[in-house]
Design a binder for this molecule. Structure first.
Ligand code: ADE
Length: 396
């Protein structure tokens, strides 16, 4: 079993296993693996998105924004559109803000100093550690939930892994391992990637594959048969239900149908209790949307939004679709209502300045805008129905 003083056998078993078993992932390609910008992009994407998705989206993102200069010169809209479907859009904004800082503050050269890397927007201790170790081969640790799980098992850390005490201990262990690996001629990038890989492939959350584990003989939890009890985590935050409605409002002029969309501001997605809970959709486009209050019907909420908040002279018609989606721990049911305008209302069109948060958009424009995934699904469906309907009308 491992102790804190000498982990060379553990590290060499881990490194040998990694050399044989590591997955072939695009950010590990030899010619690019030491590019700090690429490490930044992959690590930010991997924070809340699965490896399978990131494999594809990472390549696409780098094709569109191959350098910090290109990303820094792009419009925020372009960056958000490229991020579409990955969720947690603040990551895309931060990525661009980091690229701009590198261009403006560091003369276009990615900083190598840990503290400077850490001060980039959206970069926390984990990401800074990943950049400095994977790109620059500095002996600095990484600790995400996967590495924390591996270390809490090998070194039997029994406290809740989110507690300050356990976090301190786990960071210490991760630091000790990467420093020792450097002393044993194992590159920091190999040590840290191998810990990440072990967490992903073998030391998994529910059913760890201990029989295949390259460091089984060094593992304290395995020796004590505690691998299924560790890491200890607090109970999950209970999920909250929420009921939203949105409005499909269209008007047709000279054979061009346009849809009324709303660009989300910074603090709009108030939850049921009225508490603002961040900017899930900041800068993205949606159908006009509201949350149904307690004791209110979905139709009433739709009418209030249409006639009250938007001040549009129209009628709520049928419920076109109901979709369910989840944002953080909110389980949202989204009803979409059709709206019939009493007259073509161009008041939003007149106010179509960059500042206005409501504006009319053609189907073609909608294809290029950044939309939350649930809205993309909804609009794809509604617009396809409209197009088919239109075609049918022409054919009759
Ligand atoms: N998850 C977080 N970082 C990762 C990496 N560099 N490779 C694979 N999975 C990861």
């Amino acid at each position: 079993m491992s102790d804190l003083l000498n982990n060379s056998a553990l590290l060499s078993d881990l490194a040998n296993w990694y050399a044989k078993s590591a997955r072939d992932l695009p950010w590990r390609e030899l010619e690019n693996q030491h590019d700090p910008y690429r490490v930044l992009v992959s690590e930010i994407m991997l924070q809340q998105t699965t490896v399978a998705t990131v494999k594809v989206r990472y390549k696409e993102f780098l094709q569109r924004f191959p350098t910090t200069k290109v990303l820094s010169d792009a419009s925020v809209d372009d960056v958000l559109a490229q991020w579409e479907g990955l969720g947690y859009y603040r990551r895309a904004r931060n990525l661009q803000a980091a690229a701009r800082e590198i261009e403006e503050k560091h003369g276009g050269v990615f900083p190598r100093d840990f503290e400077k890397v850490l001060s980039l927007p959206g970069v926390g201790r984990y990401t800074a550690g990943a950049i400095c170790s994977l790109a620059f081969e500095q002996a600095v640790p990484v600790l995400d939930v996967n590495v924390a799980r591996v270390l809490s098992r090998i070194f039997v850390v029994e406290e809740d892994t989110k507690s300050t005490f356990a976090q301190q201990r786990l960071w210490e262990l991760a630091a000790q391992l990467v420093e020792e690996s450097a002393e044993n001629n194992i590159a920091p990038s190999i040590c840290n990637s191998a810990l990440i890989e072990l967490g992903a492939l073998i030391c998994t959350k529910r059913i760890p594959l201990c029989s295949q584990c390259p460091v089984q003989k060094h593992c304290g939890a395995f020796a004590k048969n505690l691998q299924h009890q560790l890491p200890r985590t607090p109970l999950k935050k209970e999920s909250v239900s929420r009921h939203d409605i949105c409005l499909f409002i269209t008007q047709t002029e000279n054979n061009h149908t346009k849809v009324l969309l709303h660009r989300c501001g910074e603090n709009e997605n108030a939850n049921k209790s009225g508490k603002k809970s961040g900017n899930w959709w900041h800068g993205m486009w949606q159908l006009p949307r509201a949350t149904v209050a307690e004791n209110q019907s979905a139709e009433d909420a739709a009418r209030l939004l249409l006639q009250g908040e938007l001040g549009i002279d129209g009628e709520i018609k049928e419920r076109l679709k109901t979709l369910r989606h989840t944002v953080t721990h909110h389980k949202i049911t989204l009803d979409c209502f059709d709206v019939q305008l009493k007259r073509n209302d161009d008041s939003y069109q007149k106010d179509n300045t960059p500042k206005s948060t409501f504006s009319w958009h053609t189907f073609e424009e909608i294809e290029t805008l950044a939309l939350p995934s649930v809205m993309r699904k909804l609009l794809d469906n509604l617009l396809a129905t409209q197009k088919d309907g239109g075609l049918l009308e022409l054919m009759q």
